[in-house]
Design a protein around this ligand. Structure first.
Ligand code: GUN
Length: 306
């Protein structure tokens, strides 16, 4: 089987264009959508993600601000900032970038965000509403995956889906959304018995476990659709050789940069077993930001009754 690509980058560009058009209509009516991002600490990946989120927001005509705090920030300081943003009428959407520095209780922080401004849909109130099938902001990565599957006409009703990973950010909401779309969903994780055999039952396999090239050929049913949510950095020659055997371009890029990005799915194996798959980079990553911008507009419209 020679797999074809599910082009997340193209679908993300479509969503961003639609969002920019909608934002300019709102601005013409006097409502410029506002997004505030809280970034605490110096996690290098978070720095890159937040920069891209802010840039994407600006390009879409969203008024974006990033509030940066050192790793020594206290819970009280973050709660005070969230209180201020909750009360600011120009702020429609609040995003607290995770992970937070060690010692900060992320539950208390996420629960302090006004559910009406909860752009990630991480507040327990919104999680509950999503599970009950009520309107709620949908966490950006699973929302992006659903949008990709819908726009690429991947059938879901009656199919078997396996979600590999049970995080609050991806695995759990992904399973909720696929169930709502009439797939039969199994959530698998590190303690699941005979993981490859279970994953091989999947018509749709969504990998979100944060382990480089963990999903190898023996996990993938011939002809399955494979969605790779992972973004992992590999930095040893052995890992590069295992993930990209015989790939001289990747070897050269590794020699120049000292590391490479790889998803949770083995990038060669997936092309040999799947019917369609999302590449890394250029698959799910761009969709997350696109959906963040779309969620910001949804919150703006709902909050300002537009
Ligand atoms: N860290 C990794 N992914 C995400 C995300 O989707 N939202 C937030 N807030 N933090 C993250």
């Amino acid at each position: 089987m020679t797999a074809t690509i599910l082009d997340g980058a193209r679908v993300a560009a479509d969503i961003r264009r639609e969002t920019a058009e909608a934002a300019s209509e709102l601005a013409a009516r006097g409502a410029v959508p506002g997004l505030a991002v809280i970034l605490a600490g110096d996690d290098p990946a978070s720095q890159v993600y937040v920069r891209n989120k802010e840039k994407g927001a600006r390009e879409a005509g969203i008024r974006a601000q990033t509030l940066r705090f050192p790793a020594t920030v206290t819970e009280a300081m973050l709660l005070a900032e969230i209180g201020r943003l909750n009360a600011d009428p120009e702020v429609d959407a609040i995003l607290v970038q995770l992970p937070l520095p060690a010692g900060i209780g992320s539950s208390r922080i996420l629960e302090a965000v006004d559910p009406a401004k909860d752009v990630d849909g991480f507040h327990p109130f919104n999680v509950g509403r999503l599970v009950q099938g009520k309107p709620a902001p949908v966490p950006c990565t699973p929302a992006g995956v659903m949008e990709l599957l819908r726009r690429e006409n991947v059938p879901l009703r009656g199919t078997r889906a396996v979600v590999l990973g049970r995080s609050d950010i991806v695995g759990k909401p992904m399973a909720t959304l696929l169930t709502k779309a009439d797939a039969t969903v199994t959530v698998a994780h590190s303690k699941t018995r005979d993981l490859p055999a279970l994953c091989r039952e999947a018509d749709l396999l969504v990998a979100a476990i944060g382990r480089p090239a963990f999903v190898t050929a023996d996990f993938i049913r011939e002809g399955a659709v494979v969605v790779d949510v992972g973004i992992n950095r590999i930095d040893t020659a052995e890992e590069v050789a295992r993930c990209f055997p015989g790939n001289e371009a990747k070897a050269a890029a590794f020699a120049a940069k000292g590391s490479l990005l790889v998803g949770d799915v083995h990038p060669v194996d997936v092309t040999e077993r799947a019917s369609r798959y999302t590449p890394v980079p250029g698959g799910v990553g761009p969709l997350t930001i696109a959906r963040l911008l779309a969620n910001t507009l949804d919150l703006c419209r709902a909050r300002r009754r537009l």
